[in-house]
Design a protein around this ligand. Structure first.
Ligand SMILES: [Zn+2]
Length: 324
């Protein structure tokens, strides 16, 4: 689609990139900007970018003078794109581009435009400068003003297949097959997330599950309470649920005799088999279920440490007696 538009020089003034988080929408928007601005485009049948020239590099680092990236203020509880930011967009976009033939504005999480900002932006979209191109990115298109949506050409992003994501990781980051498979699985085939993740750090994060399984000190209640305190202070509930749920999922799969290639932790297959030896899958189901409470703790205003203590007590009863 992008390449067809590029090849025919039929570039509109506004695009809306729609798809779930981590699908690579922002990455694609930057590639689009590169293809339009590249100073040494490769001589391929379809327009593309070199990835090396000043324009391509500055676009990748979002420092290119003819590219403006707008996003909600992240540190706020309810991040929004305010009218002042839209005024900046107007001021920036009105001037002709310095290096490229187009001035490109990328609006990330566009559904977070406040109503007044969205209305102000609509005026710009209704009469865009000739040299301008707007790319709005959102996971929640229905939260955008219908009048803004209707002025954009919508491109939908769908999840890639696991082999596509693995292929992209092998190509872009030269990852070994096993690491590429790991990142593909933990990202749920979301290519944007997978490409941003660091394989070593991500694996370390998920390793915590096996550390917890092997942690004999958890046999004492005091140590267990300390562990809950330490974990709840070290990370967000969602991060803890992440590695706990993937670890438990592997145990559950092993306990019902599922295929090994469905599991995440291939390097721990022996350990997993030993852990599930006398475990009833129902107990693992219950443990997985109780993770929901931990996941919901911040939303329901529950004390995360208390919820985690409760979870670890059950975890200990089910799993810990089997630990190696
Ligand atoms: Zn280039």
């Amino acid at each position: 689609m992008r390449r067809t538009a590029l090849a025919n020089e039929m570039i509109g003034h506004a695009y809306l990139f729609v798809g779930d988080e981590g699908m690579g929408k922002r990455l694609m928007a930057l590639r689009f900007a590169q293809a339009l601005s590249c100073e040494a485009p490769p001589a391929t049948a379809q327009p593309d970018s070199c990835g090396q020239c000043r324009a391509c590099q500055q676009i990748a680092s979002e420092t290119y003078p003819d590219l403006l990236v707008i996003q909600p203020e992240e540190d706020k509880a309810n991040p929004q794109i305010k009218i002042d930011q839209v005024r900046d967009v107007e001021r920036h976009m009105i001037y002709r581009p310095l290096f490229s033939s187009r001035k490109i504005c990328l609006i990330n999480d566009a559904e977070r435009l406040t109503p007044s900002a969205a209305n102000a932006f609509l005026k710009t979209l209704e009469d865009p400068p000739d040299h301008s191109l707007f790319i709005l990115i959102t996971s929640h298109p229905m939260k955008l003003l219908a009048t803004v949506r209707s002025r954009c050409l919508t491109l939908r992003f769908f999840p890639a297949t696991s082999s596509q994501v693995e292929g992209a990781l092998a190509l872009k980051q030269a990852l070994p097959e096993e690491d590429a498979k790991f990142l593909t699985q933990v990202s749920g085939n979301r290519i944007g997330l997978a490409l941003q993740a660091d394989a070593v750090q991500t694996k370390e994060h998920y390793e915590q599950f096996f550390e917890l399984c092997a942690d004999q000190s958890m046999a004492s209640t005091t140590d267990l309470l300390n562990k809950a305190e330490q974990l709840s202070k070290a990370g967000q509930c969602s991060d803890i649920v992440d590695w706990l749920s993937h670890g438990l999922r592997d145990l559950l799969l092993a306990s019902i005799g599922a295929q090994e290639d469905l599991m995440l932790h291939h390097s721990h297959l022996d350990k997993i088999q030993r852990l599930v030896e006398d475990i009833d899958p129902d107990q693992l189901f219950d443990l997985c279920e109780s993770l929901h409470t931990l996941e919901q703790a911040p939303i329901r205003n529950l004390n995360a440490q208390l919820v985690l203590e409760n979870f670890l007590l059950r975890f200990q009863q089910v799993i810990h007696r089997h630990a190696a």
